[in-house]
Design a protein around this ligand. Structure first.
Ligand SMILES: [Zn+2]
Length: 250
């Protein structure tokens, strides 16, 4: 009896500890502005959802990671789950929200034979549920698809952050690269890639510090961002556009 009681006490303490640990991690993640599952769908995020799937319903799904599932391979992982346990693969968009932007990421989840939808890929410890927008229009071809991103801050600096992300995606996924895991960038591509990577982290830093385009540039040149690195980003985008990496609208 004593043993059982002690075991129960230990069990409760263990669960309590684990729960507070996850809560702490969630708090830290939120303070750092990391992407989280939004608690509610507010105006701009709802508008993004409506644009992707008009009249669509966002579902709140539990994460139940399968040991064989891989983070970046949700499509193959769900296919494997269907082979093992039946059910079917459902395609749609995973909705993320950070301090600066919200994103919709192409994603596959598992529908059990009794109709329950579950996210089966590994997630950080503090994420136990995801928001998922099923989209019947998606035809999965194996090509990598860019995330859909919206600016939540209204700042033009965040617009640049989004454009730099789109440019990086275009560079890494042009033509057949969208189907490839490994490939070599040419030396001029490498130069643009490294520039975009440094821009992305620099702009993110500026945006989180609530600096606008008229504030000092991320490179500490003393000049305003508007006349320093902003035009440099514009020229990098222009190079990619004229070389057919992406459409003129980006
Ligand atoms: Zn600069």
């Amino acid at each position: 009896m004593t043993y059982v009681r002690e075991f129960r006490l230990f069990n409760t303490l263990w669960r309590l500890g684990r729960w507070s640990f996850s809560l702490c991690l969630a708090f830290i993640a939120k303070s750092l502005g990391l992407h989280m599952t939004p608690e509610t769908l507010d105006g701009p995020v709802r508008a993004m959802v409506e644009r992707i799937v008009p009249g669509g319903t966002v579902l709140d799904l539990l994460v139940h990671t399968e040991r064989f599932a891989r983070k970046d391979e949700c499509f193959a992982s769900v296919e494997e789950k269907v082979r093992r346990d039946g059910g079917e693969r459902v395609l749609g968009w995973h909705i993320w929200k950070g301090n600066l932007i919200a994103e919709a990421e192409l994603h596959a989840v598992w529908k059990s034979p009794d109709g329950q939808l579950t996210d089966i890929v590994p997630r950080p410890l503090f994420i136990s549920r995801i928001l998922f927008l099923p989209d019947e229009k998606i035809v999965y071809t194996g090509a990598t698809v860019d995330n859909i991103r919206i600016n939540l801050s209204g700042s033009p600096v965040v617009d640049d952050f989004i454009r730099a992300h789109s440019a990086k995606f275009a560079l890494l996924n042009v033509g057949q690269r969208a189907y490839m895991q490994e490939f070599e960038l040419s030396s001029s591509e490498k130069e643009v890639y490294e520039f975009l990577i440094s821009m992305i982290s620099g702009i993110e830093y500026m945006a989180l510090a609530r600096r606008g385009i008229d504030d000092p540039c991320l490179c500490r040149s003393g000049k305003a961002y508007r006349v320093c690195h902003r035009p440099q980003l514009e020229s990098a985008l222009e190079v990619l556009r004229t070389n057919g990496y992406f459409s003129p609208s980006v």
